[in-house]
Structures are given as C-alpha cells and as structure tokens.
Design a protein around this ligand. Structure first.
Ligand SMILES: [Zn+2]
Length: 221
C-alpha cells in the first residue's frame, strides 16, 4: 500500500506521523509532500525568509526520516496558497508519479488559508492525476482521500490505532518540533490527547481523520 500526505508547512504532519510510521513498519510506502517551506513562520523573528525556508526544509527531511517516509517540497510561497489550478496540477504530477492508494491532507475548514487551500488543491489533484493530457502517465486507480478531523464536518470519522510503535514515532516527531519551537504544549498533553482519541475507539493511542466516503470493512472483526 502507498500513502501520500500533502501539507503546506513542515510541522503540519505531526497528526499523521503515527499512522505513516505504522504503515512504514508494515512495509508500506509513505511520502510527505510539502507545498511550501513555511518561510513566514513568526517564531523565527527577524531571521530572513530564505534562511527560515532552509531550516524548515531540513526539519521536513529530518521528520520524514524518523517516520521512514520520503520527503518532497514544492516551491509555492508560504501563505500564498489559493487551492487553485497551479497547485492542483503540481500535486497531481506528484500523485501521478507516486501512485498512492491513500492521500491525507488538512481539513477544508481550518482557520489557516494555506491549510484549507491544501485540501482543495489536493481534491482537484485527485481528478487531474487521472488525465494523461495534464500529467503524462496518469494514476487512474482509486485513491481514498482522508483529511484531519474537524467535529463540525459531517463526514465519516476514521481512527487509526497507531499502537505503541506508531505512538513512539509520533512522540519523537512532536518532541523534535516542540524542542525547536519551545512550545508550551507538553509531551504529556500530546500523549493524553492521543490517548483520549484512542479511548474513543477502544484502543490505546489513535490518530483521527475523516473520509470523503464511508469505509467498508471486509469483516466486523
Ligand atoms: Zn500549517
């Protein structure tokens, strides 16, 4: 199985890191595609945007390595995403080449315009990737689109039981960013939140998404 995560900024991927890691441990292939380098992040103060871009790209590569995923960056500018055709086409080319079975991105109603735009561009990309005249060799297999959970979006919720192994990688990823940005949000709070999500689904730790379409399970258990 092949998974592709599409996000605008390095650190957006924390919420899917356990899921990707667990799939990689099973032998699946995962890739994280960042649309920008997040060069406008306010935590960097007066650091020039080029230098911020370089540091945050490095962060992406470090985290991808922790997860065992491939990393790729597109060249869009931070806080400039519109969800329009150029972005969709660029993502579609990556989808056509990587041929994922599952694509995961931000939800379509998040407060950050880049996050919302990533969803819409990704949704369009899943159409564009099927059109050879746009992408060359097309990817025409079914692709399931999942997005980060948001309680006011009426779509089926999908929990992934990330287990101890996936949780360990997610904590490593979270801690990496937390230490760098000196976030107040503690590792204990991060763990408690994921344990709460797990409890909702009867497992120890979970990540939570929503699916465009309902999932059909082959059996009930
Ligand atoms: Zn972001």
């Amino acid at each position: 199985m092949r998974l592709l995560a599409v996000f605008p900024h390095p650190d957006d991927e924390i919420g899917v890191s356990g899921t990707l890691a667990k799939h990689v441990l099973r032998g699946d292939a995962a890739k994280i595609l960042w649309l920008t380098r997040g060069e406008l992040a306010s935590q960097f103060g007066e650091t020039p945007p080029d230098e911020v871009a370089r540091i945050r790209e490095e962060h992406g590569h470090t985290v991808a390595q922790m997860i065992g995923a491939e990393a790729q960056f597109l060249d869009f500018a931070d806080s400039s995403l519109t969800g329009g055709r150029d972005e969709a086409l660029a993502i579609a080319r990556v989808v056509a080449a990587w041929k994922p079975d599952v694509v995961i991105t931000w939800n379509p109603q998040d407060v950050h315009p880049d996050h919302r735009a990533a969803y819409w561009a990704t949704l369009s990309a899943l159409k564009f990737c099927r059109i050879p005249k746009l992408v060359g060799e097309a990817h025409r297999q079914p692709v399931r689109l999942l997005h980060y959970h948001r309680s006011d979006i009426p779509r089926p919720t999908v929990y992934v039981d990330v287990g101890e192994d996936g949780q360990a990688v997610a904590e490593k990823v979270f801690s990496f960013y937390r230490d760098f940005y000196k976030w107040e949000y503690s590792l204990e709070a991060f763990r408690a939140n994921r344990s709460r999500l797990g409890a909702e689904a009867g497992v120890k730790f979970a990540e939570r998404f929503q699916s465009e379409t309902p999932l059909a399970h082959p059996y009930l258990g």
